[in-house]
Design a protein around this ligand. Structure first.
Ligand SMILES: Cc1ncc(C[n+]2csc(CCOP(=O)(O)OP(=O)(O)O)c2C)c(N)n1
Ligand SMILES: [Mg+2]
Length: 626
């Protein structure tokens, strides 16, 4: 056997740079490089290996959590066909990646995490940053990655890599299994040498399959569709990851079945596609939510059916409603006691279209769809056209960004009140033009994620829309965007705290308690004046261009002007926290205190007890579904 003598870390990088994926005859390198921050737990091992392979580019981030968000956003924008590795030292550098790992895994996005770990040799323990246990020596902080990783291993011996890496790749490239993969790398083992087989460093291509759904179930699904009165498609992120946009468009156009899009699924169809009812669920449009309430057949494509999509299981009220779930992951295909079409979204939609070629929704339903779409465009125009303030309304700012952006551009967001407003209002014109991390809704994803999206396709301009809360939580990757020359357009909406959770707090009877950025006053509460945070100075301090815009005219001018700058630009806009975009025909389960001294909470609880009665249990309803 021909072998190459390398350190474990060198062999690892040598392997990663030789991995490719292929789907539909298109092939690309799977890893675009590595993000990270060095410390004593990896600088001499993995750090040295990265130095040895300059063609596997090393990117320095400001925060290990951000490294993972950058990688996740990049992978999501590339429809999971490429990603980065993320390296860290041991201890805090490693645990900083746990939030990123959870974000990736919950969203089903591949990222490879390579945290340093404590000495396998153990004789020098406890080392700096080691978590000690008096019941085992086989534990470190990296064990905390287990629940948030789809595959987890610790490399105690250099030769173990040969068995571990193919497993890591199998999971990362599996459409059904993918998520964060963690290989914990003890500090001493990273630098130990072994004789690795030459084959390990040869180009290896991982085929991304398009599994077909079971033919018997497919025939049954076709019969269900043919018998349906007012079916509805729910398009999730799987439509984009599978690149099933055309298949969905044709299926919907041919049958006339309308489509509601989840946060991850938005931009599967252009907003003006005749069957696209827009956002569905808690943050949905009235048309999509009325259609959901009444439908007798839901065709859920590539969606996890989260509470935001199902309105906490209140969205589908037709007593006879049944579900066909098209999903590459069994766990999703079987939800709601659905007829499970376990398979690739594109392959399955194409097969279904052939099987129901004669089906067409009836005239009255078709007219409803046209009517709902017309009403919704009017409502969007109304919200975009409100002349409020200053401070102006968030809806107006979204309108201004939407108008200034080009069809191929991408809006990026994750947490706060913006995701709900964007879900409803953003007019997506091209696939992946709408990039929301709303599986974990992780504050701090926005700017790091924007950088990942920009790197995935530098030809598309990226608009990061971010609240002041998220910005204060993590905005330091602005520095990294400048380091790497990837320009971001950051639109920062300052409402002095949490409009989202503040509004929720009001809705649950708690008057916004603890959700404003204010001084602590003589009352002992956070109810003084607003804190004087200067976001323009903060952004300038990072090295970005920054301007403040206050009136509607200034906002429009500043946003239009962002395109003319060639490096990261931040427009800071004060918005009115109380001027919210309403919700439409939906509900979200946020449990309210059963007992309280506050009358407002007792009233909210009474309304809650009423609303919760609409929650349905689909899990057991199988008898009459065949
Ligand atoms: C890391 C993290 N911490 C807490 C939350 C809960 N949370 C959701 S939205 C929000 C407030 C966000 O504030 P901001 O970014 O200013 O947006 P706004 O609500 O004002 O639109 C909080 C605290 C979260 N989603 N992520
Ligand atoms: Mg805010």
């Amino acid at each position: 056997m021909r072998t190459r003598r390398l350190t474990m870390a060198q062999a690892l990088i040598g392997f990663l740079k030789s991995q490719y994926v292929e789907r539909d005859g298109r092939e690309n390198r799977f890893f675009a490089g590595a993000w990270g921050i060095f410390g004593h737990g990896n600088v001499a091992g993995l750090g040295q290996a990265l130095q040895e392979y300059p063609d596997f580019r090393y990117y320095l981030s400001r925060n290990e959590q951000a490294s993972v968000h950058i990688a996740t956003a990049f992978a999501k924008a590339r429809n999971r066909l490429a990603t980065f590795a993320c390296v860290s030292s041991i201890g805090p550098g490693a645990t900083n990646m746990i939030t990123g790992a959870a974000t990736a895994t919950i969203n089903r996005i591949p990222v490879l995490l390579l945290p340093g770990d404590i000495f396998a040799r153990r004789n020098v323990a406890p080392v700096l940053q080691q978590l000690e246990s008096d019941s085992t020596q086989d534990i470190s902080v990296n064990d905390a990655f287990k629940p948030v990783s789809r595959y987890w291993d610790r490399i105690y011996r250099p030769d173990q890599l040969v068995c571990s890496l193919p497993e890591a790749m199998r999971v990362l490239t599996s459409p059904a299994q993918t998520g964060a993969v963690t290989l914990a790398l003890p500090q001493d083992v990273q630098s130990e040498a072994a004789d690795y087989p030459e084959e390990m460093f040869e180009k290896r291509i991982w085929h991304i399959a398009r599994p077909q759904a079971d033919s018997e179930l497919l025939a049954k699904a076709a019969a269900w569709i043919q018998a349906a009165g007012n079916p509805l498609i729910v398009a999730g992120g799987g439509v984009l990851y599978s690149e099933a946009m055309d298949a969905l468009s044709q299926f919907a156009a041919r049958t006339g079945i309308p489509v509601g899009e989840t946060q991850a699924g938005k931009s599967s169809l252009p907003f003006d596609h005749p069957q696209n009812l827009g956002a569905i669920g808690v943050t949905g449009t009235p048309g999509a939510n009325i259609a959901a309430r009444e439908t007798d057949l839901v065709i859920a494509v590539g969606t996890r059916l989260s509470d935001f999509t199902t309105a906490s299981k209140t969205a589908f009220q037709n007593p006879n409603v049944r579900f066909i779930n098209i999903n590459v992951a069994e766990v999703d295909a079987f939800k709601h006691a659905a007829l499970p079409l376990v398979g690739d979204a594109r392959a399955t939609l194409e097969a279904l279209r052939r099987a129901v070629s004669s089906y067409r929704v009836d005239e009255s339903y078709a007219r409803c769809i046209v009517h709902w779409k017309t009403l919704w465009e009017k409502e969007t125009d109304r919200i975009f056209g409100v002349q409020h303030g200053p401070p102006i309304s968030q809806g107006e700012v979204i309108g201004a960004v939407n108008r200034a952006s080009h069809p191929e551009d991408v809006v990026v967001c994750a947490a706060g009140s913006l995701p709900g407003d964007l879900h409803k209002l953003w007019r997506a014109r091209m696939p992946n033009g709408y990039h929301l991390e709303y599986g974990y809704s992780c504050m701090g994803y926005e700017i790091a994620g924007g950088l990942g999206v920009k790197m995935a396709d530098p030809d598309r301009d990226v608009y990061v829309m971010v609240g002041d809360g998220s910005f204060l939580l993590m905005s330091s990757e602005i520095v990294t965007s400048i380091q790497e020359g990837y320009k971001l357009n950051v639109v920062l909406l300052d409402n002095h705290g949490f409009s989202s959770i503040g509004g929720l707090s009001q809705a649950v009877g708690s008057h916004g308690f603890g959700t404003d950025y204010r001084y602590r006053s003589e009352t002992g509460q956070l109810d003084g004046n607003y804190l004087p945070v200067d976001f323009v100075k903060l952004a300038e301090g990072y090295g970005a261009k920054a301007v403040r815009a206050t009136t509607r005219q200034e906002v429009e001018r500043a946003i239009a002007d962002m395109r003319n700058h060639d490096s990261t630009t931040v427009v800071v806009i004060e918005v009115d926290k109380e001027m919210r975009v309403p919700g439409y025909e939906s509900w979200w389960d946020v449990p309210i205190s059963e007992v309280s001294e506050f009358q407002s909470i007792r009233a909210a609880r009474a309304a809650y007890e009423d609303a919760i009665k609409r929650e349905r249990h689909f899990e057991m309803a199988v008898a009459d579904r065949s």
